[in-house]
Write a new protein. Structure first.
Length: 114
């Protein structure tokens, strides 16, 4: 999907639609860096991410991931805390994340602005 084909309104951007969990740390013409925090037992509102990004999860937690209201992923229980991880993310349509753990989930999302 190219940026010109984005079908969702700007109001669904993570910072606008889910401000309790998304905070802008840096914004330049080239990148936007977000801190994403979801407290235990909380589910963030449905939102989107229009740009490709690098996701750095430094405080993992068990989550449920919903796409347009449907549960599509649940973290399996593990023997202990998951290690930090880094992943490439394509643009994401409407989704929300629920923290089903007893610890806070925190990530940094580095969005590449096209």
């Amino acid at each position: 999907m190219t940026p010109g084909d984005w079908p969702w309104p700007p109001e669904l951007d993570g910072v606008i639609a889910a401000p309790e969990s998304h905070r802008v740390l840096l914004a330049t013409p080239a990148v936007r860096v977000l801190e994403v925090v979801i407290e235990p037992g909380r589910r963030e509102p449905e939102h989107t991410h229009r740009n490709r990004s690098v996701m750095i999860v430094d405080a993992p937690a068990r989550i449920r991931y919903y796409e347009q209201g449907d549960l599509t992923f649940e973290s399996p229980p593990g023997p202990g805390p998951a290690p930090p991880r880094v992943s490439w993310m394509d643009p994401e349509g409407p989704h929300s994340v629920e923290n089903i753990d007893t610890t806070r989930y925190r990530a940094f999302r580095v969005e590449i602005l096209d």
